[in-house]
Write a protein that binds this ligand. Structure first.
Ligand SMILES: O=C(O)CCC(=O)C(=O)O
Ligand SMILES: [Mn+2]
Length: 264
């Protein structure tokens, strides 16, 4: 699909930063947008666009690695996805990474596929309020009690997401050989249109989304950096799958927390 004629393209590329920001400014309330523009967290540009343009720009990874606390609202059909690049600044993120690494009872779960047993390529732990059981890797997990580090993150995440959570799945990707394959977090214990708030600490890894049913839509790549926050809401867990692919490039450890609300 050709959206711009050739003479127009160089002008657009020259202002790719503005163009990209305008494309991501989607369903934000006008007051919220004005406030963010005033705080210089967003640039005041409006641009009418098509989904194919925005998806191409999702591959401009440097746009999500500005080192600033910027918010991006992704314009995706059947999904609500919002990225805040630096919910935690570097000193806070460094401290939380160390605390979570030390205080989490990490376990490498086994998973059975067609009568064969494999170790999941990451370490995990499930925390939450009493009664928030969750089946993952084919096993029903009772939650560990919240640690002080997790409670601190939960408070900030709830304020950012505008809703409460009662549980969190904690993942440790030890290096580039660890990852999580395509899946949806649409288990019945999360109810209809679950809101999932994801926080990342440690090395940056690529987070990918693909539409489950509209195969013509391109994959969306969102690099998740140290201290970042990603919200998935609306129909995202029903209509889209996500993954963190294994990487052939060398990677340091990364901890990811996905806060969830288990409905009893
Ligand atoms: O590590 C991530 O960014 C995603 C983790 C995830 O999708 C999950 O734990 O369900
Ligand atoms: Mn997931």
């Amino acid at each position: 699909m050709q959206l711009f004629s050739k003479p127009v393209l160089p002008c657009i590329c020259g202002r790719l930063d503005l163009l990209a920001q305008s494309i991501f400014l989607i369903e934000m309330h006008a007051d919220e947008r004005a406030e963010m523009i005033e705080k210089k967290l967003l640039l005041p540009v409006i641009f009418s666009h098509g989904i194919f343009v925005s998806m191409q720009l999702f591959d401009q990874h440097h746009l999500f690695n500005t080192g600033q606390d910027k918010t991006t609202v992704f314009d995706l059909p059947d999904a609500v996805v919002r990225l805040r690049e630096q919910l935690f600044d570097k000193p806070a993120a460094d401290r939380l990474f160390e605390a979570l690494l030390a205080d989490t009872p990490w376990k490498q779960e086994e998973i059975s596929v067609y009568n064969k047993t494999y170790l999941t390529p990451r370490l995990t732990a499930w925390f939450g309020d009493a009664g928030t059981e969750y089946v993952f890797s084919g096993i029903r997990h009772r939650p560990y009690h919240w640690t002080p580090g997790l409670l601190h993150v939960k408070e900030k995440v709830e304020a950012e997401a505008g809703q409460a959570f009662n549980s969190v799945l904690v993942n440790l990707y030890r290096d580039g050989r660890d990852g999580v394959g395509w899946h949806r977090d649409n288990e019945k214990e999360f109810g209809e249109n679950p809101v999932i708030a994801s926080v990342s600490f440690g090395d940056s890894r690529m987070f990918q989304l693909r539409h489950k049913f509209r195969k013509e839509l391109p994959k969306v790549n969102i690099p998740l950096h140290h201290g970042s926050f990603l919200l998935m809401a609306g129909a995202t867990q029903h209509q889209w799958e996500h993954q963190v692919p294994k990487s052939a490039k060398p990677h340091g450890p990364r901890i990811n927390l996905t806060f969830r609300l288990v409905k009893y």
